[in-house]
Design a protein around this ligand. Structure first.
Ligand SMILES: Nc1nc2c(c(=O)[nH]1)N[C@@H](CN(C=O)c1ccc(C(=O)N[C@@H](CCC(=O)O)C(=O)O)cc1)CN2
Length: 299
């Protein structure tokens, strides 16, 4: 029986049936904004939001996020992409275009710590996370009843050092290719390079420290031993370098000598939940561009 019924919110396809988002990155130079806005104007689009940033103006990179409404977008999308491709090529753009009403599909991976998963499910149920949580995958059975009470499928796939490759094969099987982003909500298994390649810059992890401090396991114990006066959490895209991927969001909280490791973890849990939820929301709203090992976040 579903105990947590998702609060009905106007679906994005109802609110913005013809809204699109474009993300653009390219070598900086004159005329980029003019070319993009002219293209959209000539195709009858109405720009509702535009933001750009130039990294190192002296020959650096240009980044842009633009939202626009275009009548009959669904039927015109493919032609629009084909025609914009010519402009993109002339400016050597990397670009993506998204139909806002096509909700992103999320997979959440969790181990035993539940606070980040609970936060995402709560926000999703409240209508504050406008995405489709397609499934939850865990290497433990603990969260099954809770997740299924939201009507979300739960896949328990145990992982040991000896079975990690087979476990990842099964994970890939249940996740599938139409998942837009995988969220590691305190999932405590290191993801293999082949798995990461499959979902490049589409796996978000929450690390329970203010990176680059205290990489790896037990960061709160490391922080306590170091006598820190600030603890934090970091949401980042997962790469082959453990906890070294592009940082999306961070936050911190002051602590003191009066806090033992257990209290650092308790304080840290709130930071982790908030930071991960912000990062997930920005990803599903197409606000994040990755360049080399850094992000540009248009929030
Ligand atoms: N390839 C990556 N995988 C993962 C990352 C990452 O950045 N790159 N982040 C971790 C999360 N994490 C810290 O935030 C973390 C998780 C697990 C471990 C670890 O040593 N795990 C052991 C098994 C531990 C156990 O069985 O309980 C292991 O996988 O061998 C370190 C850091 C998620 N994955």
């Amino acid at each position: 029986m579903e105990l947590h019924v998702k609060r009905e919110q106007p679906a994005s396809e109802e609110l913005y049936p013809d809204r699109a988002r474009m993300l653009i990155s390219c070598p900086d130079g004159p005329g980029i904004v003019a070319a993009v806005s002219r293209f959209l104007h000539e195709h009858g689009a109405n720009i509702v939001q535009s933001d750009q940033y130039t990294m190192d103006p002296s020959g650096g990179m240009f980044f842009m996020r633009i939202e626009f409404d275009l009548p009959e977008l669904e039927s015109r999308m493919e032609a629009l992409k084909a025609e914009f491709g010519e402009i993109a090529e002339s400016f050597r753009m990397d670009w993506q275009i998204f139909h806002v009403s096509h909700k992103k599909k999320l997979a959440i991976f969790v181990s035993k710590e539940d606070h980040c998963l609970v936060e995402l499910l709560w926000q999703w149920q409240a209508g504050d996370l406008d995405a489709d949580i397609a499934l939850v995958v865990s290497n433990h059975p603990d969260m099954r009843e809770y997740v299924e009470s939201f009507g979300i499928p739960y896949h328990h796939i145990p992982v040991t050092a000896d079975t990690k490759a087979e476990a990842e094969r099964r994970q890939l099987e249940v996740v599938g290719d139409d998942i837009d982003v995988i969220i590691l909500a305190r999932y405590m298994q290191i993801i293999s390079p082949s798995f990461i390649t499959h979902y490049r810059n589409r796996i978000i992890n929450i690390h329970h420290s203010f990176l680059p401090a205290f990489i790896g396991g037990n960061p709160y114990a490391q922080a306590y031993k170091r006598g820190v006066k600030i603890i934090g959490a970091t949401a980042h895209y997962v790469t082959e370098e453990l906890d070294g991927g592009p940082i999306i969001e961070q936050d911190v909280q002051r602590v003191s000598h009066r806090h033992d490791v257990g209290e650092l973890k308790r304080i840290g849990r709130t930071i982790e939940r908030v930071v991960l939820a912000r990062a997930v929301k920005w990803h599903i709203e197409d606000r994040i561009l990755v360049h080399e090992n850094k992000t540009v976040v248009f929030n």
